[in-house]
Write a protein that binds this ligand. Structure first.
Ligand code: E4P
Length: 217
């Protein structure tokens, strides 16, 4: 499973990339707002840090506007992945942009039929929003499972990018169900390493090691 980080915080991205954990980055207008940065400037900085796809989202809602904004965003760096909403205009733009050779992440997916349409439009990634479905008492993981089955049935190349991840269990369940990618907030990504028995075990080993009086040198 590939890991993308879901943030426009350059400090967090640099830290996780230095660990070697990052395969890409996703941003959205809310994350750009939170960063307080200019979209072109921060996207360029992120693209210089991370080798993989960096999703930058259009704000236009009509086909022509999306194409114009995609052109501007696409010129920021070679690894910019254009993020488009799951609307008819978004699907039309997806087809046009992917035919031109650029990667597209179709976002705000909440149903298997929407995911089917995105795959037919040639999307590189489909982003089902797990957490936002869970918020409405709908099991977001069922959607991942349904999309996996449909994409496998028809051998679509579109990668399932599990999004709106809120917990470490979301990551595990998405991985078990065969999502290709998870885009995860920095704190959740860091929490994946935590286990109380790891900490307890390490403390005990270090205490015993100190008693040996040895040094590895
Ligand atoms: C995905 O690309 C989105 O940026 C993100 O995962 C949305 O997450 P949220 O529902 O926590 O805002």
């Amino acid at each position: 499973m590939k890991f993308f980080v879901d943030t426009a915080d350059v400090g967090e991205i640099r830290e996780l990339n230095d660990i070697g954990l990052l395969d890409g980055v996703t941003t959205n207008p809310s994350l750009i707002l939170k960063s307080g940065r200019d979209i072109a400037e921060v996207t360029k900085e992120i693209c210089d840090i991370v080798d993989g796809p960096v999703s930058a989202e259009v704000a236009a809602t009509d086909f022509d506007g999306m194409m114009k904004e995609a052109d501007i965003l696409g010129k920021i760096a070679d690894n910019v992945c254009i993020k488009l909403p799951l609307t008819m205009d978004g699907l039309k733009a997806c087809r046009a942009i992917t035919q031109g050779g650029q990667q597209v992440n179709v976002t705000l997916c909440f149903s298997a039929n929407q995911a089917l349409l995105a795959a037919k439009a040639g999307a590189t990634f489909i982003s089902p929003f797990i957490g936002r479905l869970d918020d409405m008492a709908i099991d977001g993981m069922e959607l991942i499972e349904e999309i996996r089955t449909i994409y496998d049935n028809y051998e679509f190349d579109t990668e399932i990018l599990a999004a709106s991840i809120r917990t470490v269990n979301h990551v595990k369940e998405a991985a078990l169900l065969g999502a290709d990618v998870a885009t995860v907030p920095p704190a959740t990504l860091k929490a994946l390493v935590k286990h109380p028995l790891t900490d307890k075990g390490l403390d005990a080993f270090l205490a015993d090691w100190a008693k040996t009086g040895q040094k590895i040198a």
